[in-house]
Design a binder for this molecule. Structure first.
Ligand code: HEM
Length: 461
């Protein structure tokens, strides 16, 4: 690969990373403003300036999803640039094409949600025209990735299969998600809810697959150990994950009419996926720790280890809230918000933080200062504090949601101490938001192009 190609490839990576990290920043801002609505006086004030919860919540949830997809796309570009023969002129053109579209969609979503233009749907609360723009950009990205498969699909490491299926699932489920626009779906509430949850389940499956691929790819590159990329556990996760993508909708629809055996299958398959993921991530973190024995602290490994603990906690929580009797109690309470935030923050975001740390370390590998900035004991302390803040947030949401559900079932007024939510939810949310901003600030100076390395100099290209 010539020096010019390397520089162009590095630039693509950095632009994609900036887009992903800007999405986390918008997600934090949306979350922080949303949580202020729990303080009644501030809520009235925010409503007064046109920042209602109905606008802020979709901004928050849309940008958290965009963050997860965006970071996974950055990791995939790293693979294409460094491992799969580099980026062709066509790849670079398609990159700028989808980047332009995604920027237009991002700005458009922000502006129109603030202007109260909603679709009213969960996670895709914005106008459908932006869905079309996002999807068009995704087609260009999919083309860049999938065209590599023409050179061979079999005997590839598992992350290629995870990414391939994740990319294709996204197209299918995103289209299905908009089935409410069809007559016969949008005007039939039960069918609409069933379809919405089915596509939502598969969409979660699509980003899980992209994230699992990033987990295996980043840890393989960090450790140099390729066994996990071909292990039975990884392939087990792939097959069960594929199955789960089509069955997991039923564990969100216990409250809708449907056959019980379908719900049982959903429960067993999704818990099996979580157990295999736990097994895989346990092995991977052990492998990374063995590799650095006696060595210095690695922030990337630290984030992966955090994801391992969060997978354990969320697995236990997931089993609990899937028990039908308990599920009917906590449905629609903050217990579910705690579960969604715990999994997206604790599992997906932690794995992606590990992968982003790896990408930045690789981009700046010839700069000892940059490497020291990415991994040091202060980062270890900050990661621990972030975990503590997240644990406080998830615990408060889970406890308050459960108590609320039980009192609601008994027909009793909520106990007085639940009223502390006006203070505790914003406090925990701001702690998490503050710690996340510290991570972003640490990475910020490393988001510009690395110095031209000696081995990249044109004379050697
Ligand atoms: C990358 C970080 C974050 C992720 C991945 C995330 C994820 C989520 C998800 C998935 C939901 C929807 C839950 C549901 O299904 O009902 C949600 C809701 C929410 N999040 Fe976050 N979140 C993040 C950071 C934050 C921060 C820093 C704050 C506060 C400062 C926050 C405050 C909220 C609030 C207020 C809601 C709405 C709660 C409600 O509906 O009453 N989030 N978040």
């Amino acid at each position: 690969m010539s020096a010019g190609d390397k520089i162009l490839g590095d630039r693509v990576l950095l632009v994609q990373l900036r887009m992903a990290l800007a999405s986390v920043a918008f997600a934090i801002l949306g979350g922080a403003l949303s949580v202020l609505h729990y303080i009644p006086e501030v809520s009235v004030m925010l409503e007064g300036v046109g920042l209602g919860l109905t606008q802020l919540r979709p901004i928050h949830t849309a940008f958290t999803s965009v963050w997860i997809y965006g970071a996974a796309v950055a990791v995939i570009y790293h693979y294409l640039h460094k491992q799969a023969g580099g980026l062709s002129a066509g790849d670079i053109r398609r990159f700028w094409f989808h980047t332009t579209l995604w920027l237009i969609a991002g700005v458009g979503i922000l502006v129109t949600l603030l202007a109260k233009v909603f679709s009213g749907r969960e996670y895709v609360g914005f106008h459908e025209v932006f869905s079309a723009i996002l999807l068009l950009g995704w087609f260009a990205f999919a083309w860049t990735f999938l065209r590599r498969l023409a050179k061979g699909f079999w005997a590839q490491p598992i992350y290629i299969y995870f990414w391939t299926v994740g990319i294709l699932y996204f197209i299918y489920t995103f289209l299905e998600w908009h089935a409410y626009l069809l007559p016969g779906v949008g005007d039939n509430p039960v069918r609409d809810l069933q379809l919405q949850w089915k596509s939502c389940g598969t969409l979660v499956g699509s980003f899980n697959f992209l994230v699992y691929g990033c987990l295996v790819y980043a840890s393989e590159r960090m450790s140099g150990d390729k066994t996990y990329g071909q292990s039975k556990t990884a392939f087990g996760l792939f097959f069960v994950g594929c199955l789960n993508s089509f069955t997991n909708f039923a564990h969100h629809t216990y409250h809708l009419p449907g056959d019980h055996w379908v719900k049982w299958i959903a429960f067993v398959v999704s818990m099996l996926e979580a157990i295999i993921l736990l097994h895989l991530i346990y092995g991977i973190t052990q492998m990374l720790k063995n590799k650095q024995q006696g060595g210095e602290y690695s922030a990337a490994t630290g984030y992966m280890v955090s994801a391992k603990w969060w997978t354990t906690i969320m697995l236990v929580g997931g089993i609990a809230i899937s028990v039908p009797q308990f599920n009917s109690l906590i449905h629609g309470t903050h217990m579910v918000v705690g579960h969604a935030m715990g999994t997206e923050l604790g599992i997906d975001t932690m794995i992606l933080f590990g992968a982003v740390t790896f990408l930045l370390s690789d981009l700046h590998r010839s700069s000892p200062q940059a490497l020291a900035r990415l991994s040091n004991l202060r980062v270890r302390r900050q990661t621990r504090l972030l975990n503590v803040a997240m644990a406080l947030l998830v615990t408060w949401l889970s406890v308050s949601g459960t108590v609320h559900g039980i009192y609601r079932y008994e027909g009793l007024p909520a106990p007085d101490w639940l009223g502390w939510g006006w203070f505790l939810f914003p406090l925990c949310g701001f702690l998490v938001g503050g710690m996340l901003i510290m991570v972003l600030l640490r990475w910020f100076p490393l988001l510009s192009a690395p110095q031209l390395r000696a081995e990249d100099s044109p004379s050697q290209g």
